[in-house]
Design a protein around this ligand. Sequence first.
Ligand SMILES: [Zn+2]
Ligand SMILES: [Zn+2]
Length: 370
Amino acid sequence: MKVKAAVLEEFGRPLAVQDVELAEPQAGEALVRLEACGVCHTDLYTASGADPTGYTDCVLGHEGAGLVEAVGPGVTLVAPGDHVVTLFAPECGKCLHCLDPRTNRCVAIRDQQGVGFLPDGTTRFARENGEPLRHFMGTSTFAGYTVMPEIALAKVSPEAPLAACAPFACGLSTGIGAALFTAQVAPGSTCVVFGCGLVGLGAVIGCRLAGADRVIAIDLSESRLDEARRHGATDTRLASDETVDWIRGETGGFGADYTFEATGNVRVMQQAVESAREAWGLATMIGVAGKGETLDVVPRLLITGRRVTGSSFGGVKGRTQVPQLVDRWLAGEFNAEALVTNTIPLESVNDAFDAMERQDGIRTVITSFL
Ligand SMILES: [Zn+2]
Ligand SMILES: [Zn+2]
């Protein structure tokens, strides 16, 4: 079938929105009609050429929500008509990591996914002349339709508006999961979240859902701190070189029980480690640092009991836990709609990249793919 898609043809150049061919789903795969797709920093990072693992030509996009249209042979996990959130982190349910409650790092299809193929080593996307186009993060959701492995689709409530389901496919689940599943924030705790984009706001929400007493949000932008308060931050503070001292001052000199880094800046990561509490403070890294960058930690901080961890997709086991998070949103425990600050047609995807570089809004979601 012919579908409209945003193709990364050359690093550092705008995506080319065009008609491409999409083949039928094969064994274990489903055809998904996208209703919504968030534009995430990782798409921009790859398009810029800064990601050392990036490749061209491929159909970008990984924060999708839509409906299953058709399934290939042997598919049992989803059926036509199901509402689904796409998962760049699949959950096969059978591999050594899926069977362990400590992680979401499913290993079932990662090798082929990492180089742009479906699990059988081929692609379903092609140019109109038949030249294959690779997939991106196993999702390729900057397109009217995509084909994905069934293990990479989370079936969510049909009651949930799909535009606000899209952020659950990446940024929102990453933030909430970092608090609930990676750090496992204990009730009554003091938490600090560095960076109040979608991921950081997700962490603010996660800390609040976990029953934290204080959720301190740090950002360079007053308007983002306003957003953080709206989603449950109890204290906000403009970021500066004095942030660590200020946090220690607010916590009896000790530091916070849990800190979260959601900017990807290694200097901020260092602040997150230094402002974690002596004796048991846990600093969780969520932001993605640039190529070759390293995190400097003074070993004494660790000897005196601070711990450093991190997670990808918030440690969320996608097929099991994304539907649960969506249900908590529908139950009114947090407001996912408010995080979608702009909706655009697929044709305007490059404008969304520009808006992201200006830090304009929280999340832009593509809602029309014609
Ligand atoms: Zn993302
Ligand atoms: Zn697995």
